[in-house]
Ligand binder design. Structure first.
Ligand code: EPU
Length: 347
């Protein structure tokens, strides 16, 4: 029987990260069956090597030319309904299932909820790590449980949503990045009910599409159109989506900033005492939209996205990100925090 995992050495990462950075990894382990993880982790060839899971590479900046460890890539990608009471279904999805294909899979099975998260690049297993969110919806709302291999206790675990500590672009998986390997997720999705049109642009998009009804499929189509228009395509200009999180600050600070900076957008946050600012707006106001140095640039299409226009290196993009954050700090007194994982450097 073929081994459930395979190792490759000195591997180019250019096609394994959406920034298309020309970094290399000492080793890449491809895992076809998550039950093989204990034997992979015990493999003498990996002894003393740092390990990191790499899915589609859509939320990572390799700030080094070489990752001197082993990247673990999970390829298992089946999805199945494991429970269904007619109103809700519980769907078990392997970590390697491509996220956008999963959105279509759920719609094909008459399930809704994920339509606002259409076209987000990446694998299903990465979705809970940063609690992916877009157009008024965060995935944490639909996650029933996350299956992991817990390296700290060398055992599998199933974390129910309450144990996942979901927040804005945050979870226990992100806070302890090397502890758990996500092997599958369980989603609890409704079979009916209203779609989420909280994001103002969605209604406008449905209207522009000929006044379409807000069905789950139409909302997914509207979200795809908005994303394609607003966000640079990684196939054309390498990027990892939003490079910074939208800063969350106290309500009092938001009021004070709004009195000084006319037109500053302020959004609700998860608590009444907090507000969320638009990082894109802050960056644009600080004059960075469209800024380019060599092939490292701030997208002219969306100020929150850093892009590799060809031959930029990880250190060049990181240096640009630091300059952008420092200038926003100076102008507004607001700290920007990177959204993607930066390997292996501190911000
Ligand atoms: N804006 C600017 N300049 C720009 C772009 C936007 O000033 O170049 C301002 C506008 O005022 C706009 C506001 O920023 O109203 C918000 O922009 P947008 O609706 O595009 O959303 P975002 O806050 O920039 C967040 C997520 C995105 C997600 C969108 C839609 C974060 C860090 N990013 O971006 O997620 O798609 O909302 O819900 O929360 C990602 O995480 O990679 C990502 C793309």
């Amino acid at each position: 029987m073929a081994s459930a995992y395979s190792l490759a050495w000195d591997v180019s990462l250019r096609d394994r990260n959406t920034f298309h950075l020309d970094a290399r990894a000492h080793c890449v382990a491809t895992v076809r069956d998550a039950t093989a993880l204990p034997s992979l982790l015990a493999d003498p060839a990996l002894r003393n090597l740092p390990l990191m899971v790499l899915g589609a590479g859509s939320n990572v900046l390799f700030a080094t030319d070489r990752f001197e460890g082993c990247l673990i890539h999970l390829q298992c990608d089946s999805a199945r309904i494991v429970d269904d009471d007619g109103e809700h279904a519980l769907v078990h999805v392997d970590a390697g299932f491509e996220w956008d294909a999963l959105v279509d899979w759920t719609l094909d099975h008459g399930l809704q909820g994920l339509e606002n998260l259409a076209l987000i690049p990446g694998q299903a297993g990465a979705a809970p790590i940063q609690n992916i969110g877009a157009y008024g919806v965060e995935v944490g709302k639909f996650i029933a449980a996350v299956h992991v291999y817990d390296r700290q206790v060398a055992a599998v675990d199933r974390l129910t949503a309450a144990r996942c500590g979901f927040g804005y672009r945050d979870s226990v998986f992100k806070r302890e990045p090397d502890r758990r390997i996500v092997t599958a997720i369980e989603l609890r999705l409704p079979r009916g009910g209203a779609t989420n049109l909280a994001y103002a642009g969605l209604n406008e998009e449905l209207a522009a599409m000929g006044g379409l009804a807000p069905t789950p499929r139409n909302v997914a189509a509207a979200v795809r159109r908005i994303r394609q228009r607003k966000l640079p395509d990684p196939a054309i200009a390498g990027n990892a989506g939003s490079f910074f999180k939208n800063p969350v600050i106290t309500r009092a600070v938001a009021v004070e900033l709004q009195s000084r900076f006319e037109g500053m957008p302020v959004f609700p946050a998860s608590t009444a005492a907090e507000r969320k600012l638009s990082a894109a707006w802050l960056i644009e106001q600080a004059g960075w939209r469209g800024f380019r140095e060599g092939d490292a640039a701030v997208s002219a299409q969306h100020a929150l996205v850093l892009v590799n226009l060809g031959q930029a290196t990880g250190p060049q993009l990181l240096a640009l990100a630091r300059r952008v954050a420092a200038s926003v700090q100076e102008k507004f007194g607001v700290a920007l925090e990177p959204e993607p994982r930066i390997v292996s450097a501190t911000f």
